[in-house]
Write a protein that binds this ligand. Structure first.
Ligand code: NCD
Length: 330
């Protein structure tokens, strides 16, 4: 006797993954974290949670079967690009990968708007990483299909901030009441620009620790000040580490420096070792968007507080959620 197992009906509106063209994020671009309210974050994380369960149960499923993602990367990427690819493929969709724009018509001088107009003829959604601030907004102005900003120069990296926040929620349970310390290149690091803005939706205290020339831009400090977020700037980590719940370490962004000698003068300014963490709380986490170039020594990796590898995995579920949302399936 065989037992009949009904197939998952992804087009049934009564199921959580029904085809809902009136779904709140259907057809929307994701350009900046400023688009998100706390309710939106809860919604997104709820979908990400479902994605995590489905991946654990079945690995891949056909929610986005027949849909195509164009992954358009003008800057190097390992995690963002491959996690979007994995996300799309685990949802049954497929990917046009353009990781090496120099092999595309971009190398012939094609403009970003024309490249985007081309790709949207073949794809349902475009993930864009570009070296210029505002590039994702420019793409969204010309595109009919949703654009997801995967990093626009020193501007924003909203999907990274979403996965960073999900990491904090999953690892520490709540965001309100936390002290978050951002360390390293706060001037050019787009991940901390987006994360600081996203954290301003919560009752947090933020410390910025950086060399003078790599401090958090005034524009962002001003935005958070208006929202009443307590913020303080430091040169050294030691004074703030004992009270820190989330230590968010960043790489000094070599590619953003016009003068390499200036880069050399600040690289290696902070290195987290097991000794550094000696004065940190037992219940805190160390995060890093990765890649790390020596800012966290490898001996820290086995410390249970090192959350940066788990952080990458949360990125898969968040990106699955975002793709399903903008394509009207969640
Ligand atoms: C970050 C980026 O590209 O902004 N990486 C990432 O997306 N995980 C951080 C960095 O490159 O330092």
């Amino acid at each position: 006797m065989s037992t009949y197992i009904p197939p998952i009906r992804v087009d049934n509106p009564h199921l959580p993954f029904g085809d809902q063209r009136n779904a709140p994020w259907y057809g929307k671009d994701i350009l900046t974290v400023k688009q998100f309210t706390r309710a939106d974050l809860e919604y997104t994380f709820g979908v990400a949670h479902e994605m995590r369960e489905m991946v654990a149960r079945v690995g891949s499923f056909d929610l986005l079967k027949g849909k195509i993602l164009a992954n358009l990367f003008y800057e190097p990427s390992t995690r963002t690009s491959s996690s979007f690819t994995s996300a799309m493929e685990r949802l049954g969709g497929s990917v046009i990968p353009i990781n090496e724009v120099r092999y595309s018509s971009v190398s012939k001088g094609e403009s970003l708007p024309d490249t985007v107009r081309t790709l949207e003829c073949y794809a349902d959604v475009i993930v864009l990483r570009h070296y210029e601030i505002g590039s994702a907004s420019l793409a969204a102005q010309v595109a009919r299909k949703p654009i997801i900003n995967a990093g626009d120069g020193v501007g924003e990296h909203p999907t990274q901030a979403l996965l960073d926040l999900l990491t904090i929620v999953e690892e520490l349970g709540d965001v309100d009441g936390l002290t978050v310390t951002m360390l390293g290149d706060l001037k050019y690091g787009r991940t901390v620009h987006s994360l600081a803005r996203l954290l301003s939706l919560y009752q947090v205290r933020i410390n910025y620790v950086s060399p003078e020339i790599l401090c958090m831009p005034n524009e962002i400090i001003g935005e958070l000040k208006e929202k009443g977020i307590p913020q303080a700037e430091y040169k050294a980590l030691e004074p703030v580490l004992p009270d820190t719940d989330v230590l968010y370490v960043t790489r000094v962004q070599k590619e953003r420096f016009a003068d390499e000698s200036v880069y050399e003068s600040v690289r290696g300014a902070y290195v987290i070792t097991p000794e550094t963490l000696g004065i940190a709380k037992d219940h805190m986490i160390v995060m890093h968007p990765l890649p790390r170039i020596g800012e966290i020594s490898m001996e820290v990796d086995t410390d249970p507080r090192a959350a940066y590898f788990r952080q990458m995995e949360y990125g898969l579920y968040v990106r699955m959620a975002l793709l399903a949302m903008v394509l009207g399936k969640a």
